[in-house]
Design a protein around this ligand. Structure first.
Ligand SMILES: Cc1cc2nc3c(=O)[nH]c(=O)nc-3n(C[C@H](O)[C@H](O)[C@H](O)COP(=O)(O)OP(=O)(O)OC[C@H]3O[C@@H](n4cnc5c(N)ncnc54)[C@H](O)[C@@H]3O)c2cc1C
Length: 301
């Protein structure tokens, strides 16, 4: 099907874009890479009056890495993430996950802001944002606000964004050297959305026990989420095959997937357990021989 008719604007500045989104006629939508919005329009799942193309807006396409962490502008594309070698140490979970995001052509167009706003429960970036305690920066003519990723996603394709609001950036806290992490997912074909996936990380104290354990999952609920019951199985424990097995079991029990065309809920639940177990084992293996532990303030030594 063809998209319904819409008006089109390509504002040159952020205030102009926000003014268009806040127009009293309402019903305007931002257009970023178009990789999710255009199919939505073509299927007539949405019929906005106006598309506000973000392509001319300056300063929203940078990845900044400093001592406080990583800040990505909303217009950063998947390919920018893929090509930024700094992220291997500054945001290793995203650097690992990016190879699973869609296909080459889509990675050339798709953006960080579009992915967060679209809020597909199986998308990688939203899952990593929740797993890594990221913050989403939002602007409108009414001002700006920051929302923790954990509070941003309200359900499948649903977020706290108001119609007049634009995501401007996402920030991730600093990532200390020596932190253990791994990303795992399973998709039917490479580049498809995951049936389920997980991003895990933990720090080790000087006695080799886990702390700050974070286990995030995608495709296992109506939104990306952390699994506190599984995290609790590891915090304060030595990470070994037994504690990993217990955490994986708790993860499978704690997620709430749905049946769909691609997999049953029971399959997805089992898959979450398998992926969490694999990811934790791989994260642990990465710490062996590194000689790095992290103290309670998060500094590596
Ligand atoms: C075949 C296929 C496979 C895919 N596989 C994957 C995959 O494996 N993993 C994955 O994560 N994604 C996948 N995607 C989705 C892809 O990554 C999209 O590019 C992404 O989800 C949306 O980014 P976009 O820039 O194209 O946004 P658009 O399509 O332009 O917009 C998407 C939505 O976000 C809104 N929006 C855009 N920018 C902003 C902003 N700054 N502030 C507020 N709202 C905004 C739009 O109004 C729209 O509602 C796939 C897409 C296709 C077509």
């Amino acid at each position: 099907m063809k998209p319904p008719q819409f008006e089109y604007a390509a504002p040159a500045t952020l205030p102009e874009a926000l003014a268009l989104l806040a127009h009293p006629d309402g019903d305007a939508k931002p257009l970023a890479g178009g990789q999710s919005l255009m199919p939505v329009l073509a299927f007539r799942l949405a019929s906005p009056r106006l598309l506000v193309d973000l392509r001319l807006l300056q300063g929203m396409d940078r990845i900044e890495v400093d001592a406080s962490g990583v800040r990505m502008g909303a217009k950063v594309r998947w390919r920018d993430i893929e090509r930024d070698a700094r992220l291997k140490t500054a945001l290793p979970l995203m650097a690992e996950a990016i190879g699973h995001v869609a296909h080459y052509q889509i990675r050339n167009r798709g953006t960080v802001g579009g992915s967060l706003a679209h809020a597909d429960p199986a998308a990688e970036l939203p899952g990593i944002a929740v797993a890594c305690d990221a913050t989403i920066e939002i602007a409108s003519t009414r001002g700006s606000r920051s929302v923790a990723a954990a509070d941003f996603f309200e359900g499948a394709l649903t977020t706290v964004l108001q119609p007049d609001e634009l995501i401007t950036a996402i920030t991730f806290p600093a990532w200390p050297a020596g932190r253990a992490s791994a990303f795992e997912e399973l998709a039917r074909r490479h580049g498809d959305f995951a049936m389920a996936g997980t991003a895990v990380w933990f720090d080790l104290d000087t006695a080799g026990r886990a702390m700050n354990t974070h286990i995030g999952v995608i495709g296992a609920s109506d939104r990306p989420r952390r699994l506190a019951a599984a995290e609790a199985k590891l915090d304060g424990q030595v990470i070994d095959a037994q504690s990993i097995g217990e955490a994986a079991c708790a993860a499978a029990g704690a997620c709430d997937p749905a049946d769909d065309l691609h997999a049953s809920a029971a399959y997805r639940r089992n898959l979450v357990g398998v992926l969490v177990e694999r990811a934790l084992a791989r994260a642990l293996a990465g710490t062996k021989g590194s000689g790095t532990a992290i103290n309670r303030s998060g500094e590596s030594h």
